[in-house]
Write a protein that binds this ligand. Structure first.
Ligand code: SF4
Length: 363
């Protein structure tokens, strides 16, 4: 039961206004951010550099409500997944993927998704609700508390991608404060090139994101022409590829030469993986600084799509490499814990149902 202002999802501006309302100086916002996000402390009583009367006052008028972790699973390859309870009887999942030289946390922005991409397990579940800023940053908080720092003092989470459940650009009022906390030196201090928002192509919101927060962008493209993309990513019927590419160019205007947009392309056997389609994709991206990420499809119950063969993926990649693009193929990770981040963290409710006996035991 809520007793006061929820501080968990407030960025520095939000906390500064909150403390202003209490007649406190702005630096209190920085102190509180450090306690919550850097030290993982959720109890005002432990915030020893705040005067005792202020701690008492905060306990009366505010709250820090850490999320309940329902499941914490670690895969043999180091991939780790947390299932967190959110209000309304829902659960969201967060996946950490360790790689050479970096560790990426894949975060959800909504419960379910309204975009209905036909190859996506989440898209098949429909939309439930937006997550709050607190629920988004809580995923980073939980993972960061669990993973901490390496022996040489580096934070284990080096990258965050909003590529889990949901379309982040349809939830900007909550996503932007959460991004601000990730980027803030008093929060998680992540570089803006290491925080990525992934969109299915909500064109006006790409411009709004650019105006509100400077982070990296990924676009779920998946097809090189409108006819196929209309089918795979239905929002394309509203914002076709030409408009999407124009928005990408506007997003990149004024960015450093090292910046690029990551274009995600799920590889579907016989659907979008031919050499002719690779050629069309190469032509489409010529005037956008682009990196292409090919994602082997992860089949889910009820889908008619199949994963492209390894040779089709290699041929597709080769074509794009020959045209001078940086092209990566996402490795399938964490199969033993069903952590298919980017595929896109779907089936949570199904999994939750499957996990219910376990969850009941944990309560
Ligand atoms: S691919 Fe992304 S935008 Fe499309 S339905 Fe799945 S979660 Fe939503």
């Amino acid at each position: 039961m809520s007793v006061g202002t929820a501080l968990f999802g407030l960025d520095r501006d939000g906390l500064t206004s909150f403390f202003h309302g209490l007649g406190e100086k702005p630096f209190r916002a920085q102190q509180l951010m450090q306690w919550i996000h850097q030290r993982g402390v959720a109890d005002f009583g432990h915030m020893t550099n705040l005067a005792k009367p202020l701690r008492g006052r905060l306990a009366e008028v505010a709250e820090i409500h850490p999320p309940e972790v329902l499941v914490d699973q670690c895969s043999a390859d180091g991939t780790r997944k947390w299932l967190l309870r959110v209000d309304g009887g829902n659960a969201i999942e967060t996946v950490f993927i360790p790689e050479h030289n970096r560790g990426t946390l894949c975060v959800s922005s909504q419960v379910g998704c309204a975009m209905a991409c036909t190859f996506c397990a989440t898209g098949h579940q429909g939309f439930n609700r937006n997550l709050t800023a607190a629920e988004i940053i809580a995923q980073v908080w939980v993972a960061n508390r669990a993973l901490g720092h390496s022996a040489d003092g580096e934070r284990i989470i080096s990258n965050v991608v909003l590529m889990g459940m949901g379309e982040p650009l349809l939830n900007l009022p909550a996503v932007v404060p959460a991004l601000n906390i990730m980027l803030d030196d008093m929060g998680y201090g992540l570089s803006k090139r290491r925080v990525t928002v992934s969109t299915s192509g909500i064109v006006p919101a790409i411009d709004r994101l650019k105006a509100q927060c400077d982070v990296a962008l990924a676009v779920s493209l998946h097809a090189p022409d409108d006819t196929l993309r209309d089918e795979l990513v239905p929002i394309n019927r509203k914002y076709p590829i030409a408009e999407l590419m124009a928005a990408c160019r506007r997003y990149m205007a004024g960015k450093s030469a090292r910046s690029h947009i990551t274009f995600e392309y799920v590889m579907l056997d016989g659907v979008n993986d031919s050499p002719a389609q690779a050629a069309r994709l190469a032509a489409l991206l010529t005037d956008v600084p682009a990196k292409i990420n090919l994602i082997p499809f992860n089949p889910f119950p009820g889908t008619s799509y199949r994963r492209s063969s390894a040779s089709a993926v290699a041929r597709f990649q080769e074509h794009l490499l020959n045209r001078g693009y940086i092209v990566t193929v996402r490795r399938t990770r964490g199969d033993d814990i069903d952590a298919a981040c980017g595929q896109l963290a779907g089936q949570v409710m199904n999994r939750l149902r499957r996990l219910e006996p376990l969850v009941a035991e944990l309560r």
